[in-house]
Design a protein around this ligand. Structure first.
Ligand code: KMH
Ligand code: ZN
Length: 275
C-alpha cells in the first residue's frame, strides 16, 4: 500500500474556543499547531483562518500572516488553504487564498446543506475555482460531502478544468450531507475514477472509525479540530497533534508507513510538470 498521508485540519470555520479551548486561532497559534502536527506525522495542513474576533474570514492578509508564521516556525508540510470558508460567504471572498499560489487548495464539489445553513458550490463557481487553480498549478483537493459531488468533479475533468492527477477528500457526516458509515465510505470510494488518490474525513465521533477503515482501505486520512474536538467520548483533545499521533500509532500497527511531506508531494504529483 502507498504510504499514508495524514492531513491535519487544525482550525476550521465552525468550531470555537468554547467548544475546545485548545483550538488554534491566531497566526502564531496556527503555526505552533501546524508544526506540532507535522512533528507527529501530518504531511498536509488544511488551513482556515479567523479574524481578530475569532470569526471565520477568507481575507488574504490573514492567510498570508498564518502561512508566513508557519514557514518561520519551520513547517515544511503542504499548506492547503480552504476555498470553502464558511457557509454563506461569497465566491469572491472564498477564492482569495488562491492568489498566494499554495501547492494545494480545497475545491468544494457541490452544494449541500451544512448544519442549518447552505454551502453553495454550483457548477459555475466550481468552474471558476478549478480554472484559477489549473492556471496556477495548484492541486485541488476535491471535497465531496455527498456521493453526487464526485460526479460534479468528474464533470470538471471532462471540461478540461483539472490537471491529470485527481485527489479527492471524502467528508462523511456533515449534518445535511451524506452521513458517516462504513457502507457510505465504501460506496463513495467505489465511485472514484481509477488512479485517483483519496483522503477521508469523518465528522465528530466518526473521525476515528473513518480513519481506521481508511487506513485499511488504502486511502489517506484527515483528522483535526475542524472535524472533531474530542479525543474520546466526553474528553476533549488536547491538541491537533494528539489526534494525528493516534492515527500514526494505528497505521504503524497495521503495517502502513507514514508519508513525509516530500513523499506526500510525490504521491499527489504536486507541481509536476510545472515550468
Ligand atoms: N466550512 C465549510 C462550510 C473547505 O475547507 O473547503 C466548508 C469547508 C470546506 O470547510
Ligand atoms: Zn475546511
Amino acid at each position: 500500500m502507498e504510504k499514508l498521508i495524514i492531513t491535519a485540519a487544525i482550525c476550521g470555520a465552525e468550531v470555537t474556543k468554547e467548544d475546545n479551548p485548545n483550538l488554534p486561532i491566531s497566526a502564531l497559534e496556527l503555526a505552533e499547531a501546524a508544526l506540532e502536527a507535522e512533528k507527529e506525522g501530518a504531511a498536509i495542513i488544511h488551513l482556515h483562518v479567523r479574524n481578530k474576533e475569532g470569526r471565520p474570514t477568507q481575507d488574504i492578509e490573514y492567510f498570508k500572516k498564518a502561512i508566513d508564521a508557519m514557514k518561520e516556525t519551520g513547517v515544511t508540510a503542504i499548506i492547503q488553504p480552504s476555498t470553502g470558508g464558511a457557509a454563506g460567504m461569497s465566491w469572491e471572498e472564498r477564492i482569495q487564498p488562491v492568489n498566494l499560489n499554495p501547492e494545494m487548495a480545497t475545491l468544494d464539489c457541490g452544494t449541500v446543506n451544512f448544519g442549518d445553513g447552505v454551502f453553495v458550490n454550483d457548477l459555475p463557481l466550481m468552474r471558476r475555482f478549478a480554472k484559477e487553480m489549473k492556471e496556477r498549478t495548484i492541486l485541488p483537493e476535491l471535497e465531496c460531502f455527498d456521493a453526487g459531488n464526485i460526479n460534479n468533479a468528474l464533470q470538471l475533468k471532462i471540461e478540461g478544468l483539472l490537471r491529470d492527477h485527481l485527489h479527492f477528500d471524502l467528508v462523511l457526516g456533515v449534518p445535511g450531507a451524506l452521513p458517516a458509515s462504513v457502507k457510505n465510505l465504501l460506496f463513495m470510494v467505489e465511485l472514484l475514477p481509477e488512479g485517483a488518490t483519496w483522503t477521508a474525513a469523518g465528522i465528530g465521533r466518526w473521525q476515528l472509525p473513518v480513519a481506521i477503515h481508511t487506513i485499511l482501505m488504502g486511502g489517506h486520512v484527515r483528522v483535526g479540530f475542524e472535524d472533531n474536538v474530542y479525543y474520546k467520548k466526553g474528553i476533549l483533545a488536547t491538541s491537533n497533534a494528539q489526534l494525528v499521533s493516534r492515527v500514526v500509532r494505528i497505521a504503524e500497527e497495521t503495517g502502513r508507513d507514514i508519508a513525509s511531506p516530500s513523499e506526500a508531494r510525490k504521491i499527489l504529483k504536486i507541481r509536476k510538470g510545472r515550468e
